[in-house]
Ligand binder design. Structure first.
Ligand SMILES: NC(=O)c1ccc[n+]([C@@H]2O[C@H](COP(=O)([O-])OP(=O)(O)OC[C@H]3O[C@@H](n4cnc5c(N)ncnc54)[C@H](OP(=O)(O)O)[C@@H]3O)[C@@H](O)[C@H]2O)c1
Length: 300
């Protein structure tokens, strides 16, 4: 296996089979990392944010995509507010299920490749071992249900689609659990973070890079991708705060103490061995992801 740490931005990437690429939801965490990777290889792409292209506007999207003749569509747009979704079911399904389905339909008409993203929250957490692509989903929340519906609609619609499930994303270009922890730490001397939600924090740069490498392989279907290793929210916060030399105290808490609207799986680590074996590349650990994120976060 190739040692991932030896790879620099984009050096193994060519992506020469795609000449016109669309990124939707391009101002989010993952969209930002696609943009910088595609910039690094001089790829021809158009990045659209929510304002330029609302992916729930089916006709507008269809007209735009067809008029531009894209051969690769990367959908990074999503409804990610897990708690809000419990009271906003319709909008959540529109964005996470029906809009990706419509994008897959347009991609099919153009014979373009389509890639979109799902979540570890499609699982209920009862397996207590890493979930593979063959495990049966059983989402607990509206967000998880909407994402599962999106997966099914896309994969049934078009066989040149890729759906990648990922977990606990953190990137440079949006709020995430790391930035939340840093804000809490700035204003408090003691924090309580839950240790009964376990998965794997995942750096959006690594997800974008592996997505592009997977696109070069011309394989389609469902894949899992999360950074290597397992962590609770407590572990993630502890690692980050220890790294930056925070002098406060961090206590272990339980999810039940926090009155969250949406239920979450207690264990939703994704087994990413399928993608690793196709690529022949070991996925970096979540700690390495946080180290690199921290460096870049401070540089921007
Ligand atoms: N974040 C996580 O922890 C996590 C975990 C598992 C899976 N995922 C999945 O991974 C993918 C990437 O997530 P991310 O963290 O990069 O998301 P993100 O940072 O929240 O970005 C999502 C983007 O979608 C845009 N958007 C919202 N509604 C839109 C619409 N109707 N049309 C077009 N764009 C719209 C948002 O723009 P505005 O802000 O302007 O509305 C935002 O820039 C998503 O599919 C997500 O569900 C994320």
């Amino acid at each position: 296996m190739v040692d991932f740490s030896m790879m620099k931005n984009g050096i193994l990437l060519k992506l020469s089979q795609y000449s016109k690429i669309l990124i939707t939801g391009a101002n989010g965490q993952l969209g930002y990392d696609f943009r910088r990777l595609l910039d690094s290889i001089g790829a021809n792409y158009i990045a659209t944010g929510h304002k330029e292209l609302d992916i729930t506007q089916k006709d507008r999207v269809s007209d735009f995509v067809k008029s531009m003749g894209f051969d690769l569509i990367i959908n990074c747009a999503a409804y990610n507010d897990v708690d809000k979704a419990e009271d906003d079911v319709e909008n959540c399904f529109k964005l996470n299920a029906y809009a990706p389905h419509d994008l897959a339909k347009v991609a099919k008409e153009l014979k373009a490749t389509f890639i979109t993203y799902s979540t570890d929250f499609v699982f209920d957490g009862n397996k207590n071992a890493p979930y593979t692509e063959n495990d049966k989903p059983n989402p607990l929340s509206t967000y998880g249900k909407s994402k599962l519906e999106g997966e099914n609609l896309v994969l049934e619609e078009y066989d040149r689609s890729i759906v990648i499930r990922t977990s606990w994303l953190f990137g440079i270009n949006n709020k995430n659990f790391n930035t939340q922890v840093l804000n809490w730490a700035k204003n408090n001397k003691e924090l309580k973070i839950v240790d009964d939600q376990v998965s794997s924090p995942t750096y959006s740069f690594d997800l974008a890079l592996f997505s592009l490498l997977l696109l070069e392989k011309k394989v389609f279907g469902l894949f899992h991708f999360s950074n290597d290793g397992v962590a609770s929210k407590y572990d993630q916060a502890f690692y980050l705060l220890n790294k930056i030399g925070w002098d406060g105290v961090i206590h272990r808490g339980k999810t039940s103490e926090f009155n969250l609207k949406a239920p979450r799986p207690s264990f939703s680590k994704l087994d990413s061995s399928k993608i690793e074996s196709i690529m022949g590349i070991k996925i970096p650990t979540w700690q390495s992801g946080i180290d690199r994120w921290w460096e870049e976060f401070n540089a921007v």
